[in-house]
Write a protein that binds this ligand. Sequence first.
Ligand code: COA
Length: 215
Amino acid sequence: MKPLIIFGNLASASTSRYYIQEEGIYEVIAFTVDAVKITAPKHEGLPVVAFEIIQKEFPPNEVNFLFPAGYQLNNPINTNIFRRTRFELIKSMGYGCINYVSRQAMVASNIELGENVLIYEGAIIQPFVKIGDNTIIRSGANIGHHVTIGSHSFIAAEVTIGGQSNIGEGVFIGLNSTISNSIQVADGSFVGANSFINKDTQISSKNIGIPAKIY
Ligand SMILES: CC(C)(COP(=O)(O)OP(=O)(O)OC[C@H]1O[C@@H](n2cnc3c(N)ncnc32)[C@H](O)[C@@H]1OP(=O)(O)O)[C@@H](O)C(=O)NCCC(=O)NCCS
């Protein structure tokens, strides 16, 4: 199995490296970030390589990638835009991305996953769920049967999504929110923390509250 390069030198990179190391699935050999973001030559004992020279140092045929970047505190509404563009860049450079599915998640055997999907501990993924590329499901989320989640989406911890709902691409669903069953959450929707979505949302809308209102 190819060793792994993790994108980032902050909390999301450290957290995903911690889990991957604990579970002993892949050997992580380096972190990478843009040269301007490098603050030290090593992060947690591993080299931090400038993203601009990653192909030269670690060509795509020798390593796999994990791009675990999550919620951006300085850009909460548009968190998924950076996530999409950087994932697409990594793919265009020829890298394969792994999926990380925690051994402590409860995942039905017939779900379908894209690549660079991260599913953290305690998440429940029921049968017939389909999840696109580059989507993150944080700890304790409960994804009901026949739910689809598009690429480049971020589902925060303890989110509940009722059965047969469709979550679009680039959607952000904040901590502890609930999406009722058979709801269409449109591409680019933002759902604030602790909100309740009981109606379909509009593209790139900002939905907050119980029940959610559009802002
Ligand atoms: C929606 C959000 C981005 C707003 O953040 P903000 O721009 O800093 O806004 P503020 O905290 O200043 O709140 C503005 C107003 O909206 C209200 N508000 C903000 N978020 C709310 C929420 N989720 N539910 C209900 N009301 C909310 C505030 O109470 C405040 O009301 P006020 O003007 O009457 O005092 C933020 O609250 C949020 O939900 N972030 C997601 C956090 C998350 O899930 N992180 C995942 C980490 S893995």
